[in-house]
Design a protein around this ligand. Sequence first.
Ligand SMILES: NC(=O)c1ccc[n+]([C@@H]2O[C@H](COP(=O)([O-])OP(=O)(O)OC[C@H]3O[C@@H](n4cnc5c(N)ncnc54)[C@H](O)[C@@H]3O)[C@@H](O)[C@H]2O)c1
Ligand SMILES: [Zn+2]
Length: 384
Amino acid sequence: MTGEDFDIQVSFRHRIRFTRDAFSLENEMLAGLLETRGHSKALVFVEEGLRSFFPSLESKIQHYFERALGIELVGVEWLEGSETAKRDGRVYQEAMASIERYHIDRHSYVLVIGGGAFLDVIGYAAATGHRGVRLVRFPTTTLSQDDSGVGVKNGINAFGKKNFIGSFAVPYAVVNDFQFLHTQPAKTRLEGLIEAVKVALVKDGEFFCWIESNTEQLRALNEDAIETAVKRSALLHARHIAQGGDPFELGSSRPLDYGHWAAHKLEQLTNFKLTHGEAVAVGVAIDTLYASKVGILCSEAAQRVIEVIQELGLPVWHESLDLRDEKGRRLVFQGLEEFREHLGGELTVLLLKQLGQGIDIHEIDEEIWDRCVEELKGQALVMH
Ligand SMILES: NC(=O)c1ccc[n+]([C@@H]2O[C@H](COP(=O)([O-])OP(=O)(O)OC[C@H]3O[C@@H](n4cnc5c(N)ncnc54)[C@H](O)[C@@H]3O)[C@@H](O)[C@H]2O)c1
Ligand SMILES: [Zn+2]
């Protein structure tokens, strides 16, 4: 046999920016960010749900491109967003048709403004049209600004599975524009902050302490507090992706998915009535208590985490945890198998060693985890 192995190394720049009102004429951030060599075009996709909150957005974008950028704006398209946009290929096809119609090439830009679901769909169209055109994401929810929007994944759902079709693609840039951050309903705005709590727990104990001493402001949706939390969280996520050694998730260890194995299953078991943020809050609470019960984390630290979650108004328990199969095993444990299958290889779940640091483990003692659920159920019932 003959043959040879070649290493192919490709380097990406992950540009993360924070600003306010990116399309006001005084704001030069975007003009500095986009290269204007040759004849570049831009096509902007905006999630339809934003129209009533930002009625003048389209005209501001048009003025900005006319006055401040040497890039031709070919269109602003308002398309359906939220989870329904990911359910089938419709919105993806519409976006792809526009990319083709406006002749967006690999030196042109697709800008996408919307929540995490919309970014996923349009991002997938941008990653596959011409095998990838430049994408600039403008996340508009707490969850997408502090977590998913700064990531390198996109996709749509298929065969009843979330994100089954998609790709890894580093966007040209991510612009966290804080003007979009304060119009979401209060409940979902708070839920998105659980990803900041999560990344603090696995990466930055000092950030966790900051959250802990600012739960009141966060709960009251204080704008400065939310923006600080979002910014620190976004940078921690981006740093992990860029420097964690596994940007395209080829290994089995996924620290940014702390608490997510149970969360994904609970979302599914409740037919997505439990939102991602709520489910992650529950998953983080149980896995944190579990770490203390198996002697990895001190119990005082675990209690602090649970209190922070509760003080943010997020749940630590949900009735779907009590759903069981005919043998009496909680259905949520199927999430462990699904998590392993999704990552491939050995089951790898991150637990907390201390606030700000995790450790990978390879099995969960279901009896002990059961007891954690019961304990949190007790606390949750007392809270109500
Ligand atoms: N690609 C990834 O790495 C990754 C990671 C985590 C989650 N996700 C995906 O992100 C999605 C969830 O994202 P999400 O939490 O942003 O929810 P979402 O995109 O479903 O948006 C929730 C709702 O908020 C509305 N909305 C968006 N911005 C608003 C604003 N500024 N003001 C008022 N309303 C606004 C939307 O119209 C929608 O109705 C899921 O599909 C999930 O799978 C992707
Ligand atoms: Zn998440």
